[in-house]
Ligand binder design. Structure first.
Ligand SMILES: [Zn+2]
Length: 334
């Protein structure tokens, strides 16, 4: 028999109205032999209609999602919608509270923990509850990310390229409705177990985002993130059009080859030569690495293997070998 989740939810997600509560994750700590860890969850429901599930704080150092979804939770009332909106603004709550990408409790990356298991540590247990109890009921899944502590990003709605044309068209239409400047098709170059990849595998219309970074956090990026309301309207859930269309012709770009993701060949202090949004040619140096032991040595140049738009660059100078320095995208037809 398949083991069920040990998490409990203290609000009813199935009936009309607006409720906020918690998922309770069993834990046993040095200060409390018996304890629960609480992860916030809210639901707004009004009759029959599609279900949208919105996540923020999948990575704890990306605050665009938590702020956007907490604002949305407070602002939305059942009368404004048809169907249901489930919001988890701080999915990896320990990480959001700690300001870290990974959970400080178990060191796990929530966005590598899907579909999780009831026997996992806390992060995988939350992922498992979401994978088995929340995502199957969704028609639309939105997971708001940004570059966090280590990356600057052009503001985008993102997704994988789907084999199922109908699913892909549904995702592209939802992405265009958001009104972000870029739609970014990406590859999983840093592991598996992503929430969006899992939701896509269930056939759901799934959108991720990269809304700037910790250093870009502010009015502009929060405005881009807040246009998630356009997608709820597009899905037939939010009745009134938000009247804030954003970018009506987003640029669709892709980084689907391993070589589009430039990992640092050495450790050192990274000096970028280009800003995000700049055009880069294959063979051009995108930056250079200075030795922290030998200032007299020539810096090591880092070259682009592909041409296109610099979509992402490292946002902190001190770099370890193998860390991502840059991502180069190309405009694509979809
Ligand atoms: Zn993220």
């Amino acid at each position: 028999m398949t083991e069920r989740s040990h998490l409990t939810c203290n609000i009813d997600l199935t009936t009309d109205g607006k409720r906020s509560g918690f998922l309770a994750v069993p834990q046993s700590t040095n200060s409390a032999g018996w304890a629960k860890y609480f992860v916030p969850i809210s639901v707004i429901r009004n009759g029959e209609g599609p279900t949208a599930v919105l996540f923020g704080g999948n990575h704890g150092d990306e605050y665009e999602g938590p702020v956007t979804l907490m604002n949305l939770t407070r602002e939305l009332s059942p009368e404004q919608i048809s169907g249901r909106v489930i919001l988890m603004p701080m999915l990896n709550h320990p990480a959001v509270a700690g300001g870290t990408r990974l959970s400080p409790i178990d060191g796990v990356n929530m966005n590598r923990a899907f579909p999780g298991s009831p026997r996992d540590s806390i992060t995988g247990q939350i992922a498992h509850y979401v994978a088995t109890e929340i995502l199957p009921a969704a028609d639309l899944v939105i997971d708001i990310h940004s570059g966090g502590s280590s990356m600057h990003m052009l503001p985008s709605v993102n997704m994988h390229r789907m084999e199922n044309r109908e699913q892909m068209d549904g995702m592209l239409a939802a992405a265009r409705a958001w009104g972000a400047p870029y739609i970014f098709l990406y590859a999983d170059i840093a592991g598996s177990g992503l929430l969006p990849t899992y939701a896509e595998s269930l056939g759901k219309v799934t959108l991720g985002t990269e809304m700037g970074s910790k250093a870009q956090f502010g009015v502009e990026m929060l405005r881009h993130s807040a246009r998630v309301r356009n997608v709820l309207h597009h899905a037939g859930i939010l009745k009134e059009c938000p009247n804030d269309p954003g970018t009506t012709e987003p640029l669709v770009v892709a980084a689907e080859d391993e070589q589009d993701y430039i990992m640092s060949p050495s450790s050192g202090i990274y000096e970028p030569f280009f800003e995000i949004g700049d055009a880069v040619e294959a063979g051009q140096a995108v930056g250079q690495l200075h030795s922290i032991e030998h200032p007299e040595r020539d810096p090591e140049k880092v070259f682009a293997a592909s041409s296109g738009i610099l979509f992402t660059r490292r946002s902190v100078p001190l770099t370890k070998q193998g860390e991502c320095l840059a991502v180069i995208t190309r405009e694509v037809k979809v």
